[in-house]
Design a protein around this ligand. Sequence first.
Ligand code: HEC
Ligand code: HEC
Length: 348
Amino acid sequence: MVLIHKKILGLFLVVSCMLILAFIPDVDSPSWDNNTPVHEILFALGEKKPDHFMKKITPELIKRGEELILKGQSTSPKGKRSERISKYYQCTTCHNLVQEDPDLTSRDPEMRLDYVAKKKLPFLQATTFHGIVNRETWYNDDYVKKYGDLVRKANKSLEESIQLCATECAQGRLLEKWEMNAVVAYYWSIGFKMGELGFSEEEWKEINSIYRNEDKHQSIIDLIKSKYMLKSPATFGEVPNDKVKGYEGLEGRPDKGKLIYELSCQQCHRDEGVSWFILDNNKLTFKQLVKDIPKDKHFALYDIIRHGTYAVPGHRPYMPHYPEERMSNQQIEDLRSYIEQEAGVKTK
Ligand code: HEC
Ligand code: HEC
């Protein structure tokens, strides 16, 4: 009799323990995997939430944000169709939306060119929006040094960067509150996922052990952040002293130059592109480009790449320049050698 009671009691205890355990979150092994957004783990480790953090993100919000970025307009929550943000550009004229660097810890333009060529993506002046929520500063380095107060607020705030770029880069208008929410929600949807950062099995073990190792939180935060760049660096390059000689000691590679011509220049300088100025594959077009190289004009090859053009009243579309991280001196020589090859003229 006593024995049976003990058994029942034991069973009862086991069952109730199991029930209790089933309802307590399993703290020892969080269910994180390759699909987990990176920020989710950082916040769990005690990382401070950034100003652009959003508590509630719905699929509708993301959809609206995507429309604003791809088409420049969307429908407000009240059902009103918005005016286009810019008459001249889409955000994607200058920014990609997916990964564009094979190694997220580097902004090497030569590695990027090979990578985007494989993925059939454009090679553009501005940085991809993929992982933009994971960055900690925007408009960095020479953008702050050279543009000063215009970008100082944008440097510290993603939302300010969006407003700055919508008005200055895209030559458009400020976003309304609901539009800003939608764009930022969309950005969160294309933030880094753990699987994109290439952790080893050992590193995953370390990450998954965090609840047992409070004192390790900072080192795991550091480990995660070492896998991607916290900012998009920008160094404004110079034109060579002697434009005929070009950049000293660099030999152009026409096959790379062809990729730049097609994946970069022709993205905008084509029929129906954002520029009226067409860069086609006609020999005469290449000859003209070659002829302009030594000129002391904004449209000479080195100048147009390193300095771009300016928006002026009456003619808003302008060409953003390429910082060195977006096109290296070597790549400009590559482009030049391709243009000269196609023109059948060698000037260097
Ligand atoms: C004509 C080209 C162009 C267009 C169009 C454009 N941008 Fe940009 N954008 C740039 C350049 C150049 C930068 C400089 C920093 C970088 O991205 O490397 C930049 C930077 C940014 C940044 C900061 C990125 C960083 O990490 O530093 C944000 C955010 C941004 N743009 C949002 C937008 C949005 C939103 C739109 C559309 C409404 C847009 N941009 C349209 C050229 C453009
Ligand atoms: C993001 C779009 C974009 C990209 C990429 C781009 N351009 Fe431009 N470019 C423009 C715009 C816009 C203008 C201003 C002229 C206009 O209103 O169409 C311009 C102007 C120029 C001009 C001066 C035309 C003139 O006579 O005033 C040249 C030359 C030029 N680009 C060459 C290039 C080359 C070479 C590349 C590739 C390395 C390139 N562009 C990449 C948008 C772009």
